[in-house]
Design a protein around this ligand. Structure first.
Ligand code: Q9C
Ligand code: ZN
Length: 655
């Protein structure tokens, strides 16, 4: 048993015993070379410190962490995975650890990772058991690494062991004598709890409820598993509920609408014996990864509403949350609810987005055959109360290195930045400020820089310069007109992206017979493709788009500033003005130095065409291949042999 470190005076008035786990040993999981990372030890330190300075920890029953036993992990994770996590921090793994982490999706590992993973899982098991027994009223486990992305056989998304799934399995299957027969898992982390979903996919004893940014499968973990159509299977059908946001910037009003019109009615019907919360705080205002705006007040209301079920037996386990000030304040608000039922003062003035009502409706329809309470139609009066989505992106909510910058800034000046973020989010943005007049687009667009990212022939700088300065290089069948503004790119850099490179089309006007390069519009972490990024103006980018899609006309921008913000929002945009261009799908690849990275490729439906054989997959011609190889070699990335092997591999892989 874990040691009870300090038993506070407790809430003797009302006899509440609230458990709190914290253990400095979980800080030993860190990036190996001290590179900055959003999931860092300070996350749990700031929460712990805040709960102390606010006098909250002193009122709780505090436990140090204890390591989970393998026998309680093995029902949830595969043997190989458990062996890896147990041993990866040992000396024998010193030389391999980095390589193993690099093969995984969003994972780092060091000498402290194994211990931290065992402590995180063990802590959640421990307090869950005490709550199930009634020894504690409720509890919060301040743990890391987080858990909800970890799958049976794979660590991912900063998660090694799935702490909440392990504890849930333990209570149901190892401690059945405690009488907990049904567990509701509420996952309010901004990311979909893919690991947890899979583990209880067919299990009707566990109702898994996740609300997350999804954006039609483009937000991390970027697949369809978080869609609302994923409802469980067999006896578990109807016991998996996903509420997928279509956009960022969701706040208290959106979450509370989901609580009132989705979660509360279903929880009433399910009538859980206990509630586990995958309590990530990355939907909080100011989070650098989440891009949403839930306030401490919002979290406290969400939690308070959950306390009405399962006799208040609620266990919170920390998942994500990367703005140190935001997670400390959010955790504090939650603890005040656990201790006193006291909701942090605040109010919801805003209404939910229109998309929020649409999503709630869709989820209710999908699940109404399993939960009769959802059959009722929502009053139209309610749904007409909406806040429109602003068209202008104020703060970046993309992932990439600007995340790190944001995190560093937030680490250093949390108070100052909170003061900036707060009023910003309250700003009402006027659409008419963004109206673009056709006559002035060139001068306006020349003031905006973007990175144009090339994976094809434009990786070779002299070839790309044909699009800027005009002209023609060997192998090219026609001359390029160039851009109106002939200034060279301000900066060039190389980066890899997780999108598959492939070659297709019988022939092109530019290169004659042979396939040309495309990247799959959807990312896949197993793929790694090299892209050359040219920093040019948005005006030049429009001229490049014209030349790439061979449209004669030059008098309108193919992508305007509204399109630029919408591609950053949605991840991609199809140029409606170009019906037949091979490269009419503009993809957003995040930001570099705060500047958006754009590339162009085929559409998703073209990919289907390539798969079905409607369009041919075809190896590139000698000349085209040579151009790619020169780009990669002169860019300093590869030797000639390596560059050829890289192209050959891409040309021979299936889609
Ligand atoms: N382009 C949790 O919040 N982002 N995990 C990877 C790759 C990973 C978040 C970005 C986000 C994982 C527990
Ligand atoms: Zn998260």
């Amino acid at each position: 048993m874990a040691t009870e470190v300090a038993s506070g005076r407790g809430n003797s008035k009302i006899g509440k015993r609230v458990g709190l786990v914290y253990d400095e040993r979980m800080c030993k999981h860190r990036t190996p070379d001290e590179e900055p990372h959003p999931e860092n030890p300070n996350r749990i330190r700031v929460i712990w410190n805040k709960l102390h300075s606010a006098g909250i920890a002193q009122r709780c029953v505090v436990f140090s962490a204890k390591e989970a036993e393998d026998k309680y992990i093995l029902p949830v994770h595969g043997k190989d995975h458990v062996n890896l996590i147990r041993n990866v921090s040992s000396k024998q793994y010193d030389s391999r650890r980095k390589r193993i982490a690099a093969r995984l999706n969003s994972i780092y590992l060091n000498e402290g990772s194994s211990e931290a993973a065992y402590l995180a899982a063990g802590s959640v098991i421990d307090v869950a058991e005490r709550v199930a027994k009634g020894e504690l009223s409720s509890a919060f486990a301040i743990v890391r690494p987080p858990g909800h992305h970890a799958e049976r056989d794979e660590a991912m998304g900063f998660c090694l062991y799935n702490n909440v799934a392990i504890a849930t399995n333990y209570i149901l299957n190892e401690r059945s004598e405690l009488g907990v027969k049904k567990i509701l898992i509420v996952d309010w982390d901004i990311h979909h709890g893919n690991g947890t979903q899979k583990m209880f996919w067919k299990d009707p004893r566990v109702l898994f409820f996740s609300v997350h940014r999804h954006e039609f499968g483009s937000f991390y973990p970027a697949n369809d598993e978080g869609d609302y159509t994923m409802i469980g299977e067999g006896p578990g059908a109807g016991y998996n509920i996903n509420v997928p946001w279509e956009n960022g910037r969701c706040g208290d009003a959106d979450y509370l609408a989901v609580w009132d019109h989705m979660l509360m009615p279903v929880a009433r019907e399910f009538n859980p014996d206990m509630i586990m919360v995958s309590a990530g705080f990355d939907a909080a205002m100011g989070d650098p990864l989440g891009g949403c705006r839930v306030t401490p007040y919002g979290y406290s209301v969400m939690l308070k509403k959950l306390m009405d079920f399962a006799k208040g037996k609620v266990v919170l386990a920390l998942e994500g949350g990367y703005n140190l000030a935001s997670i400390a304040n959010s955790a504090l608000a939650c603890m005040e609810v656990l201790l006193d039922d006291k909701v942090t003062p605040g109010s919801t003035e805003a209404y939910p987005f229109e998309s929020t009502w649409r999503v709630i409706q869709a989820v209710r329809r999908k699940l109404k055959s399993f939960w009769p309470t959802l059959s009722e139609e929502l009053p139209t009066k309610l749904m007409s109360q909406i806040t429109p989505l602003p068209q202008i992106v104020i703060s970046s909510d993309s992932e990439g290195e600007d995340e790190e910058v944001a995190q560093i800034l937030l680490d250093r000046f949390p108070e100052v930045l909170q003061d900036i973020i707060q009023p910003l989010s309250a700003l009402k943005v006027n659409d008419s400020d963004n109206v673009q007049t056709s006559s002035s687009w060139r001068s306006d667009f020349s003031k905006v820089d973007i990175w144009y990212a090339s994976f094809g022939s434009n990786m070779w700088k002299p070839r790309f310069l044909c699009y800027i300065e005009g002209g023609q290089m060997e192998g090219m069948q026609k001359e390029c007109s160039g851009s109106m503004d002939k200034s060279p790119p301000k900066e060039i850099l190389w980066k890899t992206y997780a999108h598959q490179l492939f070659f297709g089309r019988e022939s092109t006007k530019m290169w004659g017979p042979g396939g040309v390069a495309f990247i799959h519009p959807k990312s896949n972490h197993q793929d790694e493709t090299y892209l050359c990024l040219y920093r040019i103006t948005f005006e030049q980018f429009n001229d490049v788009l014209h030349q790439e899609n061979i449209t004669g006309s030059m008098d309108f921008p193919l992508l305007d500033l509204t399109g630029l913000s919408s591609v950053q929002e949605k991840g991609s945009i199809t140029l409606e003005a170009v019906k037949s261009g091979c490269y009419r799908n503009v993809l957003y690849l995040g930001k570099v130095h705060g500047i958006p990275v754009l590339t162009m490729t085929c559409t998703l439906s073209d990919v289907e065409g390539f798969k079905s054989g409607k369009f041919p997959l075809r190896a590139p011609s000698r000349e085209y291949t040579n151009t790619l190889v020169r780009g990669l070699v002169e860019g300093g990335l590869f030797s000639e042999e390596e560059a050829k092997a890289y192209i050959d591999e891409a040309a021979s892989k299936s889609l």
